[in-house]
Design a protein around this ligand. Structure first.
Ligand code: THU
Length: 142
């Protein structure tokens, strides 16, 4: 019996709406120092919030894309985030830094994290995979 021809190794599925929003956000990044532009799009209850990295001449003050996206969502009232897409030019795609993993865990312990590069390669994780045994609000209930 013959099945469908296998997809070529270079083939990637078309970008989802959330991925397109993260790609659009990547273009808004302010990254004159690292020249590493990052875009993020967070989904919560049908709404999407974009973020991008914003650097500063005082280097340590820069903020990652994931955190600007999460903070935009939280400022709009979202508290339970469902998914985030992070786009960079790194290939294979780079995954969120440790600080961002902690911030994602605060508002989306069950969330899906998709990292993508410009060629459409993706890696898909859960926040739990990226930050096992996270410090959570529950630890503050003494
Ligand atoms: N960056 C992000 O925006 N997200 C990450 O998860 C890793 C790093 C930014 C921070 C800085 O502006 C640039 O990428 C290089 O580190």
């Amino acid at each position: 019996m013959t099945g469908p021809a296998p997809a070529p190794a270079s083939w990637q599925p078309p970008a989802t709406a959330l991925e397109l929003r993260a790609l659009a956000a990547q273009r808004t990044a302010y990254a004159p120092y690292s020249r590493f532009r990052v875009g993020a799009a967070v989904q919560a209850s049908g709404a999407v919030f974009e973020g991008a990295n914003v650097e500063n001449a005082s280097y340590g003050l820069g903020v990652c894309a994931e955190r600007t996206a999460v903070f935009a969502a939280v400022l709009a009232g979202a508290r339970q985030l469902e998914a985030v897409v992070v786009c960079t030019d790194a290939s294979p795609p780079s995954s969120p830094c440790g600080a961002c993993r902690q911030v994602l865990a605060e508002f989306g312990p069950e969330m899906t994290v998709i990292v993508a590069d410009a060629a459409g390669h993706r890696c898909i994780y859960t926040v739990r995979e990226l930050l096992p045994d996270a410090f959570t609000p529950a630890h503050l209930d003494r």
